[in-house]
Write a protein that binds this ligand. Structure first.
Ligand code: H2U
Ligand code: ZN
Length: 352
């Protein structure tokens, strides 16, 4: 028997943020594939689409009309998942197996650009910076609502992720209670901070910089890595170097740096299979009122694609019933993303 080699042998890796494990099976990347046949989806869109409910000046499905906006535009979701005026429920007695609580919230839609045909990857850094400012302002505004407990800023990109419209946009769901993933990350980060006196992610980014093998992109204020414990094949995390807990605390140059690294990560994603790469991404910031200790600002990108433009990974079977599993190692995924050109495939050959 040879020595254990994480590039060859099945193993499991620990996610210190959620305290959950992921199975890694690098030896399986050789197995034959007879599943889905690949074909590259077309992605040609006009800069303005008269039938798009997010384009400037158009009427939305809910009946409201968008203003003729020229930068970032935010509105209350016409079909919001959470509503601000839900009546309070009678508390379910502890120990009851049928437990429910009323949930209140505020849901918004953020149009990143008036241009129907762009994506974050294709927007210029100054325009992405305006989106960063909008996210930061929205976080501050929504956390100042006394009953809001947590603000989730996210983007579903691509029809494969259930995104209903290709116009570049994201969503914000602010809820009274703390969602599951945030509760897990809060506990882990706060315990780590109390024990070590600095944030879990500060120590983590030091390790990643020393090894370099999972880095995707870095700049003065942010790093992008395929996390050691990644579940999705090309999952990444974007982490601020300074241990701030919200977007709102970022200085001017840090906000520019965030815009730049978001462009870099999304460009590499698109260049991986020469398509507009689908993903769900979102920022994890501290809860509004509690559990702030040790929170370190970061974003997660969860892209579903595996080996081509159409072969996607599903969390099914063992993963649905037991635990997540991946084949290509995070190190291999990071090396592939790192090696890609920094110029977007649709802009190759165009003068900047
Ligand atoms: P997705 O593309 O991630 O589905 O987000 C689009 C959101 O836009 C969705 O939550 C909202 C939907 O409720 N929406 C409006 O608020 N008004 C509309 O006219 C259409 C869609
Ligand atoms: Zn549009």
């Amino acid at each position: 028997m040879t020595h254990f080699d994480p590039a060859q042998h099945p193993h499991r890796r620990f996610n210190p943020l959620t305290r959950e494990w992921v199975l890694v099976s690098p030896h399986r990347t050789q197995r034959p594939w007879q599943g889905q046949i690949e074909k590259t989806p077309q992605d040609e869109r006009p800069p303005f689409d008269p039938s798009c409910y997010l384009c400037p000046g158009n009427e939305r499905a809910g009946g409201a009309r968008n203003p003729d906006y020229s930068s970032v535009y935010v509105f209350d979701n016409d079909f919001a998942t959470l509503l601000p005026h839900t009546p309070a429920a009678v508390p379910t007695p502890a120990g009851n197996l049928l437990r429910a609580e009323a949930e209140r919230g505020i849901c918004r839609v953020v149009c990143f650009s008036p241009r129907h045909d762009l994506t974050l990857a294709e927007m210029d850094p100054a325009a992405i910076r305006r989106v960063v400012d909008c996210w930061a302002d929205q976080f501050a505004e929504l956390t100042s609502v006394p009953w809001i407990g947590y603000v989730q800023i996210f983007e579903n990109r691509g029809a494969m992720m259930g995104c209903s419209n290709p116009h570049p946009h994201g969503q914000i769901w602010a809820s009274a209670s703390i969602p599951n993933e945030i509760a897990k990350e809060s506990t882990a980060q706060s315990d780590y901070f109390l024990e070590h006196g600095h944030t879990l992610l500060s120590d983590y980014i030091s390790l990643e910089e020393q090894s370099g093998e999972r880095l995707v992109a870095t700049n003065d204020h942010f790093i992008a890595v395929v996390p050691y414990w990644a579940v999705w094949p090309f999952e990444t995390m974007v982490i601020s170097r300074r241990p701030v807990s919200t977007l709102h605390e970022l200085h001017d140059n840090e906000r520019d740096a965030l815009a730049t690294i978001l462009k870099s990560v999304t460009t590499r994603y698109d260049n991986l299979f020469d398509i507009s790469f689908p993903y769900s991404m979102g920022f994890h910031q501290r809860p509004a009122r509690t559990g702030a200790q040790g929170w370190h600002l970061h974003a997660h990108f969860h892209p579903p694609l595996l080996r081509s433009a159409t072969v996607r990974k599903f969390l099914v079977g063992y993963e649905m019933l037991a635990m997540p599993q991946r084949d290509i190692t995070p190190e291999t995924a990071a090396a592939r993303l790192r090696a890609l050109p920094a110029v977007h495939y649709r802009q190759k050959g165009l003068t900047p």
